[in-house]
Each structure stands twice: as structure tokens, then as C-alpha cells.
Design a protein around this ligand. Structure first.
Ligand code: FES
Ligand code: FES
Length: 137
């Protein structure tokens, strides 16, 4: 399969690979797996408690090139956004940016799920309701 230049770039130079302190109340951790292929993605965010801005993000992904590129891109995109803004990132934005082919769309879903799971974990730690009203569309 031919990967787009952007996928190859993120795959060869993944941004923000690493780990944040899981125990910190400012850190949210999302760990998700894709039933389609068994790949696993961990995405972590560090949120400023006052501004609710995501100041740092790290990921580790055991998976295909598209999954690695999707999570690398996701960490770039959430940084500097508020939690609410980060929740608005959808897998279709990732598909578009990386020009993922249809068989690789679930890799981008994994990244969206990982962002949501990380935010959910952070909310739980900070006494906020975990579930968001369902997004339409
Ligand atoms: Fe497992 Fe993508 S199918 S690496
Ligand atoms: Fe499974 Fe990419 S093929 S996440």
C-alpha cells in the first residue's frame, strides 16, 4: 500500500513519543485498542488546571504506520488546545490530513478514541462528569 507523504513523515519522525506521569492529577491517560487489528494506542495529556489548556501530550502506539502517524498527529493537534477544543477533533479530520485510504480509517478512529479516553480519565481525576453529551455528526 502506498502511504501518503504525511504518514511517512510522522512514521519516520513521530512527534511526542513518550510517557507522562500517570499519577499526576494534571495528566489524563487514554489506552485504546482496535478490534479490527489488535493494535494498541496510549495517548496522554497534561492539562493546566487553571486554563484547562493541554500543555503537553505524549503517545506510544503498537501498530501500523497509519496508527503511529494518527497518534503523532493527534498529540500535535491537542497541544495548545483547551480540553473542550480537543474533544472536537474527529477522526475524519485525521483521515483528511493524512490522506488515509478506506482500509486505514480505523487507525484514525483509534486516535480519536485515545484523545477522548485521555480527556475522560483527566475529567474523572478532577471530579468532572466523564461523559459528554453525544456529539451529532
Ligand atoms: Fe495491525 Fe495495522 S493491522 S498493524
Ligand atoms: Fe490497525 Fe492501523 S491497521 S490501527
Amino acid at each position: 500500500m502506498a502511504y501518503s507523504d504525511k504518514v511517512v513523515d510522522h512514521y519516520e519522525n513521530p512527534r511526542n513519543v513518550g510517557t507522562l506521569d500517570k499519577a499526576s492529577t494534571e495528566v489524563g491517560t487514554g489506552l485504546v485498542g482496535a478490534p479490527e487489528c489488535g493494535d494498541v494506542m496510549r495517548l496522554q495529556i497534561k492539562v493546566n488546571p487553571t486554563t484547562q489548556i493541554i500543555e503537553d501530550a505524549k503517545f506510544k502506539t503498537f501498530g501500523c504506520g497509519s496508527a503511529i502517524a494518527s497518534s503523532s498527529l493527534a498529540t500535535e493537534w491537542v497541544k495548545g488546545k483547551t480540553v473542550a477544543e480537543a474533544l472536537a477533533i474527529s477522526n475524519t479530520d485525521i483521515v483528511k490530513e493524512l490522506a488515509l485510504p478506506p482500509v486505514k480509517i480505523h487507525c484514525s478512529v483509534l486516535a480519536e478514541d485515545a484523545i477522548r479516553a485521555a480527556i475522560g480519565d483527566w475529567k474523572k481525576k478532577n471530579g468532572q462528569p466523564e461523559s459528554e453529551p453525544a456529539l451529532v455528526g
